[in-house]
Design a protein around this ligand. Structure first.
Ligand code: PXP
Length: 249
């Protein structure tokens, strides 16, 4: 089975918010991603709303045709929003206000009592709950005892060590990811993976048999700048030229 691709569109909103403008619109990006074959759309509504906004979530729910995976921290505010939005999937992630991105996985084992009502309420509301965890068997056991049907394995450390050219650490983390995926799937969990994946790092993760879904964002949006910049500059040049020569557009 080929893993599904969930496209995370957070960083389209990051660029929009940098100027306080209306564009680029993350919902338009989501629609383009779907047209290009994305199997799902992922968005992380952060406590500080640094990228995706509440309105983006409302519009994504109304305007996209593929499953929406809403990433949230385990807070009362986010629970209320997720219960109202009823996304196809809710992924519970750790969130620290000062971090640049989600650093490390959720401590499902240590936060068991805090997390249990989030997993229960979201599941009862019809969202498929996943927990974003490190590839650690203790965390898989905790996800199981919480009754979450899905875990998403954090690939950030793998991606970082790959780019640091630390081959032995990269292999060791890949081994942990493979073992966690095999163990989790054997226990009945659906296995997803994501964070920091690029063209260079995706394949060893996509090749893990038990991985059913990959969630990828920052690299896709970054790379889209380069695949789209040429035609965008050409169009701007053409508009300028036709305006100054009086030719019809
Ligand atoms: N999966 C989860 C749970 C995440 O929090 C993120 C980042 O928001 C991603 C996947 C995507 O990571 P990246 O943007 O680095 O591809």
């Amino acid at each position: 089975m080929i893993p599904r691709l969930g496209v995370n569109i957070d960083h389209v909103a990051t660029i929009r918010n940098a100027r306080g403008s209306q564009y680029p619109d993350p919902v338009r990006a989501a629609q383009m991603a779907v047209a290009a074959g994305a199997d799902g759309i992922t968005a992380h509504l952060r406590e500080d709303r640094r990228h995706i906004s509440d309105d983006d979530i409302t519009r994504l729910r109304q305007e996209i045709t593929v499953p929406l995976n809403l990433e949230i921290a385990a807070t009362d505010e986010m629970l209320e929003i997720a219960l109202a939005a009823k996304p196809h999937a809710a992924c519970i992630v750790p969130e620290k206000r000062e971090e640049r991105t989600t650093e490390g996985g959720l401590d499902a084992a240590g936060l068991h009592n805090h997390l249990s009502h989030f997993v229960r309420e979201l599941s009862q509301n019809g969202s498929r709950v996943s927990l974003f965890i490190e590839p650690d068997l203790r965390q898989i056991d905790a996800a199981l005892s919480l009754g979450a049907p899905v875990v998403e394995l954090h690939t950030g450390a793998y991606a970082e060590s790959f780019f640091a050219n630390d081959i032995s650490r990269t292999e060791a983390i890949l081994d942990d990811l493979r073992q966690a995926a095999a163990y989790g799937a054997k226990c009945g969990l659906e296995i997803h993976a994501g964070h920091g994946l690029t063209f260079d790092t995706v394949q060893p993760i996509a090749a893990i048999l038990q991985v059913k879904e990959l969630n990828i964002g920052h690299f896709l949006i970054s790379e889209a700048i380069f695949s789209g910049l040429q035609s965008t500059v050409q169009k701007m040049k053409q508009l300028i030229e036709t305006a100054s020569t009086g030719d019809e557009q």
